[in-house]
Design a protein around this ligand. Structure first.
Ligand code: ZN
Length: 382
C-alpha cells in the first residue's frame, strides 16, 4: 500500500532562518550543526547561530563535510555529537551535509558502522530529531528518507533508506541559494529535474507525487535557465528552491529510476558530483525510456502546453525540450568532463552491476538488465 510522507513541519520563505522564533528549541537544547567549510563561514551560518542564541539553544559546528559524505565523516559527526552532549542535529548546506546529518543521527543510535546498513531499511529506530536547511536548489534531501554515503574503502556510494531518516523539519529559506556558483546551479537544478521526471514515470508514482512532479518540472524548465544566466535573479532562485523541494517530496513518495541507478556508480567511480552525473546521463536514459514512458511524458508535454499532434509527438517533443535545456546549460559530455575513455570502458561492467544492485532501475517503466545498462553506459560516452 502506498503512503505519502513529508517532514512534520516545512517552513518556506525569504529570510525565515533569521526571523524564526521558537522553532529550534522544540527539538532539543544542544544542536550539532553539520555543514561544509564554505557555508560555515557564511552569513547563513551566522544567521542560524544568532537565531539559536536567541532561543538559548547551544550548538557545536561540524564544518568538515567537503564533497559527498563518507563513512569517516559520519563517524566524526557521531563522536562530536556524543562528546558535546548534543540532542538534535541541524544539516545546513547542499545535499551532502544534509545527507551526512541524517546518517550521523542514525549512527548515534544504531550499532556498528554506517557501512553495515547498505541495503538495510532504517524504519523503526528512534533517532535524534534532524532539521534540514538547504543552501542549494537540487537534492531535495531536506524532505527525503534517503542518504547517500560513500564507503571510502570500497569506493561504493551506499544508498541508505528508511522512514526514520526523514527529517522532522525542513526550513527552505529562499535567499540561501543566492550565492550558488553557476556549475552548482546547473548540476543541482538538473538533479531536481531528474527527480521530478523519474518520480513521474516511475512504477511507484501516485497522484500526490504526480501533482508535485508536474509543478516542479514546469518551474525548472522555466526558471533554471534564468537562475543560470543571472544568479542574482531572486525570483528564479526562489522558484528553483520550491521546485527542488517539490521534487524531493516526489522521490520520497514515488522513486527514482534508471538515471539515478546509473549515476551513482558513475559518480563514485570517477568522482563526479551527483547532480552532474545525472545531468550527463539524462539525455541517453530519457531517450531510452521514451517509448515505455510515452503516455506519462506526453502528460508532461500537455501540462507544459507544448504543441503536438498526438501522444508520440508530445512525448518526443518533451524529450527534445529537455535535451535543449541540457545543451543551453552547457552540460559537458563524459569525454569533455575529462574521463578517460579506456578507464571508463574498463569500468562499465562493474558500474552496470552496481546500477542493477541498487534496485533503482527496477522502478523504470520497462525492465532493464545489466546488459541493457551496459549498452547505455557505452552510448553515453559517445
Ligand atoms: Zn538525485
Amino acid at each position: 500500500m502506498k503512503q505519502f510522507k513529508v517532514p512534520d513541519k516545512i517552513f518556506m520563505g525569504d529570510n525565515i532562518v533569521a526571523t524564526a522564533e521558537n522553532v529550534f528549541g522544540a527539538y532539543g537544547k544542544h544542536a550539532l550543526i553539520v555543514t561544509g567549510p564554505i557555508v560555515s563561514r557564511s552569513t547563513m551560518t551566522a544567521s542560524l547561530e544568532r537565531t539559536l542564541d536567541s532561543e538559548r539553544v547551544k550548538y557545536t559546528v561540524l564544518s568538515k563535510i567537503e564533497g559527498e559524505p563518507t563513512v569517516g565523516m559520519v563517524e566524526l559527526g557521531v563522536k562530536m555529537y556524543q562528546e558535546n552532549g548534543c540532542d538534535f542535529i541541524i544539516g545546513l548546506g547542499g545535499g551532502s551535509p544534509l545527507d551526512a546529518a541524517k546518517a550521523i543521527a542514525a549512527m548515534t543510535v544504531l550499532p556498528g558502522s554506517i557501512a553495515d546498513y547498505k541495503g538495510v531499511r532504517i524504519d523503526d529506530e528512534q533517532l535524534p530529531p534532524v532539521v534540514c536547511i538547504p543552501t542549494t536548489a537540487g537534492s531535495g534531501s531536506e524532505v527525503t528518507k534517503y542518504t547517500i554515503i560513500t564507503d571510502e574503502n570500497s569506493g561504493v556510494k551506499m544508498f541508505l533508506s528508511g522512514d526514520a531518516l526523514l527529517p522532522k523539519m525542513a526550513m527552505l529559506d529562499y535567499t540561501f541559494s543566492n550565492g550558488c556558483p553557476k556549475s552548482v546551479t546547473v548540476a543541482t537544478g538538473l538533479d531536481a529535474l531528474t527527480h521530478a521526471i523519474e518520480a513521474f514515470i516511475s512504477v511507484n508514482a501516485q497522484p500526490l507525487s504526480d501533482a508535485l512532479a508536474l509543478s516542479a518540472i514546469k518551474r525548472i524548465m522555466r526558471y533554471l535557465p534564468q537562475a543560470y544566466r543571472d544568479g542574482s535573479n531572486a525570483n528564479a532562485r526562489r522558484e528553483m528552491s520550491i521546485a527542488a523541494l517539490q521534487a524531493g517530496v516526489c522521490i520520497n513518495n514515488s522513486s527514482v529510476t534508471l538515471v539515478h541507478g546509473m549515476s551513482r556508480p558513475l559518480g563514485a567511480k570517477f568522482n563526479i558530483p551527483h547532480g552532474m552525473a545525472n545531468a550527463m546521463l539524462l539525455k541517453v536514459c530519457l531517450n531510452d525510456m521514451e517509448m515505455s514512458a510515452r503516455h506519462n511524458l506526453a502528460r508532461i508535454a500537455n501540462y507544459l502546453r507544448i504543441q503536438s499532434v498526438d501522444e508520440i509527438d508530445a512525448s518526443e517533443k518533451f524529450v527534445e525540450e529537455v535535451e535543449k535545456l541540457i545543451e543551453k546549460l552547457g552540460v559537458p559530455t563524459l569525454h569533455d568532463y575529462g574521463i578517460d575513455r579506456d578507464a571508463y570502458m574498463a569500468a562499465v561492467d562493474d558500474m552496470s552491476f552496481e546500477a542493477i544492485m541498487s534496485g533503482s532501475p527496477s522502478h523504470a517503466p520497462r525492465e532493464y538488465t545489466a546488459d541493457d545498462i551496459r549498452e547505455l553506459y557505452i552510448k553515453a560516452y559517445k
